[in-house]
Write a protein that binds this ligand. Structure first.
Ligand SMILES: C[S@@+](CC[C@H](N)C(=O)[O-])C[C@H]1O[C@@H](n2cnc3c(N)ncnc32)[C@H](O)[C@@H]1O
Length: 325
């Protein structure tokens, strides 16, 4: 089982210190008392990772990297590869650990490039990344100067992926908690920037999600929201049938203009749209590190502007807003 002592120690110097007991209770309820079926297998893969001390790491490059001065032996590289493959599928990245590049399903660096120029500087800020996946963007946030990064995601497999990377990147104040945003201590008002990327459309109740994000922010703090949108204006929202691009858990896909309205209605100010981008089969694709079907299989083979269910193909918007003082 993964332990969180380092996280609690890091909290001692922050406004979250009085909320430690609530984090402990949430982690016990969501993780320690609810281990997922493959937990023992992921734990074994993690335990099989070879002990290697990195001489350097890079959190500011597209590929988050740990490297060593001496090349690894072929045996050690193979041991590393086998252990990491035990945590398949790798969705968010890319990462490079010594001689191995983890070519993930997503070029998550492209998303980072699209938003980087628009957000407030992360230098010395405390940052929350809701729905962080493997934690790729958490490392980029640390690379951009954040003094504390907390990623939350209920996936226990991604928890092990995160720790596999952290093992080699060294002791940074970057933590992954296996929680949902609903599990956060209520109204903690502790973060300077909160990211929610690729999560809103998974929520049955988008306004509850916006409220959770707002309450995690300090007054004056910045929200970075990235989610699926459709073309259109006010009052336009797609609620797909059972599946959208083969995903079963997609609920609300508003137009960007409608989403701006939602942000204002939820009590944010200075809401603005900074990017709209149609996901391509170069950005999301099958690789040797994610061997299942990917975007190309979820689109109409004759028209990549449609999903195979006939809906508009995935279009993603990034919006920025502020919690009022
Ligand atoms: C599409 S992925 C996005 C990953 C990453 N943020 C990105 O933009 O590349 C959505 C992630 O959100 C997580 N998730 C879904 N519902 C959540 C919730 N209520 N709270 C936190 N994470 C959630 C899922 O487990 C999944 O890893």
């Amino acid at each position: 089982m993964i332990h969180f002592n380092e996280f609690y120690a890091a909290l001692q110097h922050t406004a979250l210190a009085p909320r430690s007991a609530e984090f402990k209770a949430a982690i016990a309820a969501r993780y320690e008392q609810r281990l997922q079926g493959d937990h023992a297998r992921w734990q074994q893969a993690f335990d099989d990772l070879p002990a290697i001390t990195a001489s350097d790491c890079s959190l500011t490059t597209d590929t988050v990297t740990a490297c060593s001065e001496q090349p690894l032996s072929a045996n050690t590289t193979e041991q590393l590869r086998q252990a990491l493959i035990g945590l398949h599928p790798w969705r968010k990245g890319p990462f490079r650990l010594f001689d191995l590049t983890i070519d993930t399903e997503w070029r998550s660096d492209w998303k980072w490039r699209r938003l980087q120029a628009h957000i407030a500087s992360l230098d010395k800020r405390k940052v929350l990344d809701v729905g962080c996946g493997s934690g790729y963007h958490c490392w980029r946030m640390r690379g951009a100067g954040a003094s504390l990064v907390v990623g939350i995601d209920p996936s226990q497999k991604f928890l092990f992926q995160f720790h596999a990377i952290k093992k080699y990147l060294g002791p940074h104040p970057v933590f992954y908690l296996p929680l949902r945003s609903e599990d956060l201590p209520v109204d903690c008002q502790a973060f300077d920037t909160v990211f929610s990327m690729g999560v809103l459309y998974h929520r049955r109740s988008p306004f509850d999600h916006l409220e959770e994000l707002k309450r995690a922010l300090k007054p004056g703090g910045e929200l970075v929201l990235e989610t699926l949108v459709i073309e259109g204006g006010r009052n336009q929202v797609l609620v797909p049938g059972e599946r959208y691009a083969q995903m079963r858990n997609v609920w609300y896909i508003p137009s960007a203009e409608e989403l701006l309205h939602w942000l204002r209605r939820a009590g944010f100010e200075h809401a603005r749209l900074v990017d709209v981008n149609q996901t391509t089969t170069e950005e999301q694709r099958t690789t040797e590190w994610m061997r299942f079907h990917s975007l190309t299989n979820f689109l109409d083979p004759h028209d990549h502007n449609r999903t195979i269910e006939g809906y508009p193909a995935p279009l993603r918007a990034t919006l920025i807003a502020r919690r009022p003082h």
